[in-house]
Ligand binder design. Structure first.
Ligand code: NAD
Length: 420
């Protein structure tokens, strides 16, 4: 992620927003305060010192975090983020979102998240590797295939995962299932990289079908053209949606007649950015969010739809590719305005679902082909979507509240079955 301030433009901070969504669903479930407190609170939060020697011989002391929110349904799962603004509050919010995300798609995991407050773009590859290995030295005994399984997030990638696995195995022996998002040729899963964006596309299709709208009559705007946005665009273009707007940190690109997505994908491979992409009107990211379209997919930063711009949103549907793109107050307004929002904990759960498939394959010493990964992803997301849709209808609540209700009920039930 290239932004200076990803996931953090909130008026309400990230954790307050998640707590607000949790409480709204807990109200609908008439859940007792004591149970709420139990499920909201993280099981364990750790902050560690990561001292590292830089290439020029300087000693740097960084801070690393791992928050393990809940393990009632299985080992904890969640990404590692390397970004200068990583702090305990943000990691805590993202860890609890992981608990609800794995529960809503019903994979046998709990939730966790971690990170290091560092700007990876300022690091050499060797410095990045040393930092990563030092961090593993500090947390190796609290992660593991049956305990807590990290994965990539902003600022980390398959190479980072390979270092983590190698360092962890020095303590505990061979076990690639300690981490997911590994390089495909080194115990990774085919289809992991595309999975989140593909899931966004699959779920958009399902939601629109329920609302009686065809892809070819649906104009789509996607904010962000990184891992999530570009794979969503590719899948949706192949499914005959008309994609009228895309963007990245360089700005927005809009064409009311539809953009040539294959050429945009090609362009970003060549140029690393959309800067200079033509056959489109150049607009700002703010204008992009407010542009004329039917379906809006924020897939870059958190906190981009707020009380400042919510009245200007023209889309009739929103699918949250990014984590936390809609502020809690703006979310209420979208509901009042009858704009359907497919929430992040379902909409971007394709990634963690295929991470789960990777873990399963590692434990079976077996590798699935791409077609099987795609079919199983489709099956998991379809079931989750139908559950959420039906719960929304039955209780006359938003899809977000419905998704949280399902997730909270599953975690609460697992907690009761296990005893305290
Ligand atoms: P990425 O770094 O691959 O891509 C981010 C994109 O956003 C880039 O195109 C970048 O140019 C753009 N961007 C950065 N700053 C911007 C700004 N100020 N305005 C507009 N665009 C800007 O990241 P990603 O993996 O695609 O993740 C995007 C979001 O999706 C994050 O919120 C992340 O937490 C969430 N997410 C990702 C995954 C996954 O599997 N990658 C899974 C679940 C959720």
């Amino acid at each position: 992620m290239n932004s200076k301030n990803p996931d953090k433009k909130h008026h309400m901070n990230a954790n307050e927003t998640v707590v607000h969504y949790f409480n709204r669903a807990a109200d609908a479930l008439e859940m007792e305060q004591s149970a709420r407190r139990l499920l909201r609170t993280a099981k364990r939060e750790i902050t560690v010192e990561v001292p590292v020697e830089m290439d020029d011989g300087r000693l740097e002391t960084l801070i690393g975090y791992r928050v393990q929110h809940n393990n009632a349904r299985g080992p904890m799962k969640g990404g590692l983020r390397y970004h200068p603004e990583v702090d305990l509050d943000e990691v805590r919010a993202l860890a609890s979102l992981m608990t609800w995300k794995t529960a809503v798609v019903n994979i046998p995991y709990g939730g966790a998240k971690g990170g290091i407050a560092v700007d990876p773009r300022q690091l050499s590859r060797k410095e990045n590797e040393r930092i990563t290995r030092k961090f593993v030295d500090q947390i190796h005994d609290i992660i593991g295939p049956d305990r807590d399984i990290p994965a990539p997030d902003m600022g980390t990638n398959a190479e980072t995962m390979a270092w983590i696995r190698n360092q962890w195995e020095k303590y505990h022996g061979f076990n690639p299932a300690v981490i997911t998002g590994k390089p495909v040729e080194d115990y990774g899963a085919k289809g992991r990289e595309e999975a989140t964006g593909r899931g966004v596309g699959i779920l958009s299709f399902k939601m629109l079908k329920r609302l009686g709208r065809l892809p070819k009559d649906t104009r789509v705007v996607i904010q962000g053209f990184g891992n999530v946005g570009s794979h969503a665009a590719k899948y949706m273009c192949e499914s005959e949606f008309t994609i009228v707007g895309i963007s990245d940190i360089s700005g927005g690109y809009y064409n009311p007649d539809g953009l040539d997505i294959p050429s945009a994908l090609h362009y970003t491979i060549e140029n690393k950015s959309l800067e200079g992409f033509d056959n489109a009107e150049k607009i700002t990211n703010e204008e992009l969010l407010e542009s004329e379209c039917d379906l809006l997919i924020p897939a870059a930063l958190g906190g981009v739809i707020t009380m400042d711009n919510v009245e200007k949103i023209k889309a009739k549907y929103i699918v949250e590719g990014a984590n936390g793109p809609v502020d809690a107050d703006a979310d209420e307004r979208l509901f009042e305005r009858d704009i359907a929002v497919l929430p992040d904990i379902l909409a971007n759960a394709g990634g963690v679902t295929v991470s789960y498939f990777e873990w399963v394959q590692n434990r079976q010493y077996y590798s699935w082909n791409l077609n099987r990964v795609r079919q199983e992803l489709d099956a998991v997301l379809s079931t989750a979507f139908e559950d959420v849709w039906q719960t929304g209808k039955d209780h006359e609540v938003s899809l977000r509240t419905a998704a949280f209700m399902i997730a909270i009920k599953r975690v609460q039930r697992a907690t009761e079955l296990g005893g305290f």
